[in-house]
Design a protein around this ligand. Structure first.
Ligand code: ADP
Ligand code: MG
Ligand code: MG
Length: 211
C-alpha cells in the first residue's frame, strides 16, 4: 500500500484543523517557557496554506503539496518555528520529488529528510528540548516499522505515537535551544510547544492515512 497527493493534501487540511483547535493550548505551552505565540504562529501558517492547496493541479505529487506548505510556512509564520517547519517541508519535498505514490521507503525517506532539515537549520541535538525531540523518535519508529514490513498507515501511526512520547519526554528537561533556553531550570516541568505541534502534525498524517 502507498499514499499519494490525496493523502498529502488530506494531511495538511487535517493539520490545519487540528492546529486551529489546539491553538490556545499551544500558546499556553509557549507562554510557560517562551513568548506565548506558537499556536498563533502555526495557525496563521497552516490556514494560509489551505487556499494554496486549492490551486494545485490534478497531477500534483506529494512533493508538490509539501513545497506549497514549505513556501507558505516560510513566508507567513515568522518566529523560530516558521523557518524550521518550512525547511522540514522543503527538504521533505526534495527527498521524494517526482514520486506519485509514497511507499514505506518513501515515508521513512521524507520524514528523515524533514528532521534533518530542522537539525541543519536549527542546530539542535536530541535532548535540547525542541521539536527535534519529537521528530527523531518519529523518524526512528517509522524507519523500524518500515524495515519490519509495516503498512504505510501503520508506519505513520508508529511515527505519531513516538512523536507524542517524545514530546511528553521533554517535560522534565532544561532547554538548550530557543527562547526556553533562557529560562534555565524554570523550563523544567513544561512540555516543549514545538515538540507538541510536531506530535499533532504527525498524528494528523496517520489519521489522513486512516489510522
Ligand atoms: P518563537 O520562539 O520565535 O516565538 P515559536 O514559538 O513559534 O517561535 O516556536 C518555538 C518552538 O520552536 C520551540 O518550542 C522549539 O520546539 C522550536 N525551536 C526553537 N529553536 C529551535 C532550534 N534551534 N532547533 C529546533 N527547534 C527549535
Ligand atoms: Mg513563541
Ligand atoms: Mg515569537
Amino acid at each position: 500500500m502507498s499514499v499519494g497527493a490525496d493523502w498529502a493534501e488530506a494531511w495538511i487540511r487535517r493539520s490545519a484543523a487540528d492546529i486551529a483547535l489546539n491553538r490556545a493550548a499551544l500558546n499556553t505551552l509557549d507562554r510557560d517557557i517562551g513568548d506565548g505565540d506558537h499556536g498563533e504562529n502555526m495557525d496563521r501558517g497552516f490556514q494560509a496554506a489551505l487556499p494554496k492547496l486549492d490551486e494545485l493541479s490534478d497531477t500534483a505529487t506529494p512533493a508538490d503539496v509539501f513545497k506549497v506548505v514549505a513556501t507558505t510556512l516560510i513566508s507567513t509564520v515568522g518566529g523560530a518555528a516558521g523557518p524550521l517547519y518550512g525547511t522540514a517541508f522543503l527538504k521533505a519535498a526534495l527527498s521524494v520529488v517526482g514520486q506519485v505514490e509514497l511507499d514505506g521507503n518513501g515515508l521513512a525517506t521524507f520524514l528523515t529528510a524533514a528532521r534533518d532539515g530542522i537539525v541543519l537549520r536549527g542546530k539542535a541535538e536530541s535532548g535540547d528540548k525542541t521539536m527535534v525531540d519529537s521528530w527523531t523518535p518519529a523518524v526512528d519508529a517509522a524507519t523500524a516499522a518500515n524495515a519490519a514490513g509495516a503498512s504505510t498507515a501503520e508506519i505513520l501511526r508508529q511515527a505519531a505515537d513516538a512523536a507524542l512520547a517524545g514530546a511528553v519526554a521533554t517535560e522534565p528537561w532544561v532547554a538548550r535551544k530557543g527562547r526556553a533556553s533562557y529560562l534555565g531550570e524554570r523550563a523544567i516541568g513544561h512540555r516543549d510547544p514545538g515538540a507538541e505541534s510536531t506530535a499533532l502534525l504527525l498524528r494528523a498524517a496517520a489519521e489522513a492515512a486512516g489510522q
